[in-house]
Ligand binder design. Sequence first.
Ligand SMILES: CC(C)(COP(=O)(O)OP(=O)(O)OC[C@H]1O[C@@H](n2cnc3c(N)ncnc32)[C@H](O)[C@@H]1OP(=O)(O)O)[C@@H](O)C(=O)NCCC(=O)NCCS
Length: 238
Amino acid sequence: MSAVQVWIVDLVLSPSQVDRCDAVLDAAERARADRFLRPADRARFRASHAALRLVLGDALGLAPADVELAAGAGGKPELAGPARGAADFNLSHSGARALIGLTRGAAIGVDVEAVRPIADALRIAAAHFAADEVTTLAGAPRSAVERRFFGLWTRKEAVVKALGSGLSLPLDRFSVSVPPEAPRLLRAVGDASWNLDGPWSLAEVDCGRDHVATVATRSAEAEITCHRLPDDWPDHLG
Ligand SMILES: CC(C)(COP(=O)(O)OP(=O)(O)OC[C@H]1O[C@@H](n2cnc3c(N)ncnc32)[C@H](O)[C@@H]1OP(=O)(O)O)[C@@H](O)C(=O)NCCC(=O)NCCS
């Protein structure tokens, strides 16, 4: 059984709060933030990375600025330095919301998506998802297709992100249950470059009406506790 913490973060901050976020980022994060053209995207990147440092620092007994991060083999961020291997985590952001998943000893992936109008959900699903997922989605009432599409997307993306291999896992080679069915991994075709064997736990995260989110862990069972950072969370960055 894995104990999993999921943190929901509001990314809409005042300019002074964004400055406080910036102060705890490392040089690589600042360089990435500077590459965003739109100030709102830049601010949300800074906010989500500062929130990740706050959550990780709290779990590890470190100041947010002292958390050392590096990219793993598939590009998945992981702890580096003295805290290397002390926790497994994953970050996702969409619109004004970020989601952080934190556990120990099990690979974890999280994905949050803002539910937004999408005219060609079934065409996108047919182009990228597994045939059984597309069939189930196509049977949904029209009014439910968008929310179920994004829910399905977060389930697949959370699995991909737990694996950490980025785009190398073809999304039509594994299937998950489609909302409103409870989330679970249904079928996977492995090959040498990626492997979905072994137990998985998938769970929906309630992020409010406008977002859908999933957490996936490579463990037989996961005890998930959901938390929300307080509105004044940037004041706790130190
Ligand atoms: C890396 C990837 C998994 C991120 O997904 P995304 O939905 O664009 O963005 P999210 O906000 O959920 O996640 C981004 C965060 O994931 C983390 N991340 C980066 N590379 C990762 C990897 N290989 N594995 C897991 N997490 C990763 C980072 O913390 C990143 O935050 P940052 O960009 O601010 O540094 C994505 O680019 C990808 O490769 N997706 C493949 C699957 C796909 O095409 N899905 C489409 C619909 S199902």
